[in-house]
Design a protein around this ligand. Sequence first.
Ligand code: B12
Ligand code: SF4
Ligand code: SF4
Length: 304
Amino acid sequence: MATEIERERFKTNPNRFIEETIKQYVATSPGNRFQAFNNEPIWDEPLVGLADGDDPLFQDYKEIIGDFHLTPREALQQATESRRHNTNTGTTNISVISWVLPSTRETRLSLRRETTVPSLRWNHTRWYGQDFIFELSRHLVSRLEELGCQALAPELSGPFRTMNLANGLASTWSQRHIAYAAGLGTFSLSDGFITPKGIAIRAGSVVCDAVLSPTPRTYRNHRDNCIFYRGGSCRRCIERCPAGAITEQGHDKNRCREFLFNEQRAIMKEMGREEGYTGSYLGCGLCQTKVPCEDRIPPLPETG
Ligand code: B12
Ligand code: SF4
Ligand code: SF4
C-alpha cells in the first residue's frame, strides 16, 4: 500500500514521482541482474518520457502504422472491457509513461566484437532484459493503482497482438512509436530508435489516467537523430548487417526477420557456440553496436 508521504509526493509532483519510481526499481530490482555474469546490471539508468494520451499523433499512427494500432484511450478501454470492469475512460484524462533502457557498456562492447551472431550478453539482454521490462511494467501499474489511478501496460494486456503484414511484422502497440510521442528519440535508417542514450536500447510503457505534463519533442521529424537523414554520409549500419537487410532505401523487415528466426541458429551451430544461449531465437542487433549512434545521438561528422 502507498504511504501518506508517497501519496503526498505523487500529488505534489506526479512527473517526478513516476520518474523516480522507475529509476529506483531499475537500480534496485534483482530482476535487472545477469545471473550468468556475476549479477551485473542488465540495463543502465533509464530515460523516462511522458505523453498526453489524447495527443493527435496517436490518431495519426492509425495511418502511419495501421488502423489496428491502439490509441492510449482505446488500450485502456479495451483492456478494462475485456476484464469486464466498468471504466470511465470516456471522461478522464489519459497519459502515457514511456521508458528506454540502455544496454550496458559491457554488453555493447561484447556485441561490437561479433559479426554474425549476438554475444551471450546481448542474447540474455534480449530475453531476461525483456522479462525485466514486463516486471517493471507490472510494478509501475500496481504502484499507480495503489495511488488510486487506472493503469495498464498495453503490451501485457489481452488485446495486444503482433500481425504479419506484407511489409513485415507490426503490433497493436509499437513501443518505439510510443517513445517517439513521449519525446524520447527518433527512428533511423536501420529502423532502430535513436535516443540520447543511443540505439542499443529496449523500451516499455504504461498508460494511466493520472494528469502528467508531457515531455517536449525537441526533434524536427521522425528521423532527425540519424546522420543519414540529416544529410550525412553514414552507412555504418548497412555495413554491420550480416543479412543484407539494410540499404539506403531503409530496413527490410522481412529479410531481418528471416535471418533472426530461421538462419542465425544454424550459423551458431556451425560455430559450436550455442552453450548458455536462451530464447526461441538468438536476437541480433548487430546494426545497433559499432555504429556512431550506438550510445548517443550522433553528431554530424566534421566536413572540410
Ligand atoms: C515486430 C518486431 C520486430 C520485427 C519487425 C521490426 C519493425 N521494424 O517493425 C523484427 C523481427 C524484424 C524485429 C527485429 C528487431 N527488433 Co524488434 N520488435 C518488434 C515489435 C514486437 C513490434 C514492432 C512494431 O509494431 N512495429 C510497427 C512498425 C509499423 O514499425 P516500423 O515499420 O519500424 O515503423 C516505421 C514507420 O512507422 C515509419 N514512419 C513513417 N512515417 C512516420 C511518421 C512518424 C511521426 C513516426 C513516429 C514514424 C513514421 O518509421 C518507422 C521506421 O521506418 C517491438 C515491440 C513493440 N511492442 O513495439 C520490437 C522492437 C521494435 N524490437 C526491438 C529490437 C531490440 C529488435 C532487434 C535488435 C532484435 C534483438 N533484440 O536483437 C531487431 C532490430 C531490427 C531493426 N533493425 O530495427 C526493440 C527496439 C530497439 C530499437 N533501438 O529500436 C523493440 C521496441 C522491443 C522493445 N521492447 O524494446 N523486431
Ligand atoms: S549507423 Fe548511421 S545511418 Fe545507421 S542508423 Fe546509425 S546514424 Fe543512422
Ligand atoms: S537486427 Fe541483425 S539482421 Fe536485422 S537489420 Fe539489424 S543487423 Fe540486420
